[in-house]
Design a protein around this ligand. Structure first.
Ligand code: ASP
Length: 341
């Protein structure tokens, strides 16, 4: 099966030109296609389907898929997949090995949500390798949705998690280099962030999702991004669909990004149209904003019918997709403009 999966991109591009597309917004999406694009913006697959942001979404998806097929619950499967980039020191935007804040501290944000709208979230958590697991315990073992900082750490320790140093020598070196001419100013650019956000439509037709990140590199100590905030970095309504974000968390929070994508899908928009409209809203709200210079946001969305899409403000955003028919592959999101604009 994996060989079949490995030639994915070409196969997916070829097949997509004739394969099924979403029930909604077809004509408009066709108009919106960028010149030379072979894919229709929203694609439809049979459940189950898992989609995750960025290249590190691929190994995460594979693990999630394996657990799902082994009969694990959606939340357990999401947790298992997201632990892969969290534990990988080469993924510099998630968990262990993630870039620190401007004080040299690795601070983590994560959340998880199920089809009954149960949510668990941790933010500004330090010293714990798997914030997604702590978020799941917040969902399961507390009456709350979100725990922050010392309180989140205290809870994690009481649940048996181990405290450890997450700053790798490589990340420390990069941080020290950044300090040389940073003027101590936190700036986001294309290299120094990339949350993993994952959405799932399981075999029962239920939606769930999660996010985990070390947030924006060199951020101010105490800064919390969109990723652990239900409605900003992640949102789902099991009657409608699910959405998740990556990019400049401040811009996503200002616009309640993921919740808005889901609300547009509720009104009948396809995942593609919904992601695009909210990305454009963010652009319009930031055209004259100080953040515009380095503004990047990307959304993924998945509806109850197995239609999915991704869209970003600037070029370069991709996401992993897994389903029974085509296996695991990366797909490029369409975007509004490239980085030089
Ligand atoms: N959204 C994350 C944050 O602002 C970073 C990212 O996904 O690129 O913390």
């Amino acid at each position: 099966m994996s060989n079949r999966r490995d030639f994915i991109k070409k196969a997916a591009l070829g097949a997509a030109a004739v394969s099924s597309v979403g029930f909604s917004g077809f004509a408009k999406e066709k108009e919106d296609e960028k010149e030379g694009a072979l894919e229709f913006p929203s694609k439809k697959v049979k459940k189950p389907v898992v989609i995750s942001t960025w290249n590190h979404g691929l190994p995460a998806n594979k693990e999630t898929w394996k657990e799902l097929k082994a009969g694990k619950s959606a939340l357990d499967a999401i947790e298992a997949g997201m632990k892969i980039p969290e534990a990988d020191p080469n993924v510099r935007s998630v968990g262990y090995g993630g870039y620190p804040d401007r004080e040299g501290k690795v601070t983590l944000d994560a959340c998880i949500m199920d089809h009954n709208s149960n949510c668990g979230s941790v933010c500004f958590l330090q010293g714990i390798m798997h914030p997604i697991s702590v978020a799941k315990r917040v969902l399961q073992n507390t009456p709350h949705v979100m725990l922050a900082g010392q309180g989140a750490l205290q809870f994690a320790l009481s649940e048996g998690f181990k405290e450890e140093n997450l700053l790798t020598p490589e990340s420390e070196k990069d941080w020290k280099k950044w300090l040389e001419d940073s003027k101590y100013k936190p700036v986001i650019n294309i290299e120094n962030h990339d949350t993993i956000s994952m959405l799932m439509l399981d075999q029962d037709g239920n939606l769930s999702g999660g996010c985990t990140t070390s947030g924006a590199a060199w951020k101010m100590h105490g800064r919390v991004g969109d990723s652990p905030i239900i409605g900003a970095g992640l949102f789902l309504d099991n009657e409608v669909g699910a959405a998740a974000a990556t990019g400049l968390g401040e811009a996503v929070i200002r616009t309640a990004g993921s919740a808005m994508v889901v609300e547009l899908m509720r009104q009948g928009k396809s995942p593609y149209d919904a992601c695009k409209e909210i990305t454009e809203r963010i652009y319009n709200k930031h055209k004259n904003h100080k953040d515009m210079e380095y503004l990047q946001v990307g959304f993924i969305a998945l509806n109850k019918n197995g239609e999915y899409a991704g869209y970003s403000l600037r070029s370069g955003f991709n996401y992993a997709v897994s389903d029974d028919e085509k296996g695991h592959r990366m797909e490029d999101a369409k975007f509004k403009m490239s980085w030089d604009k």
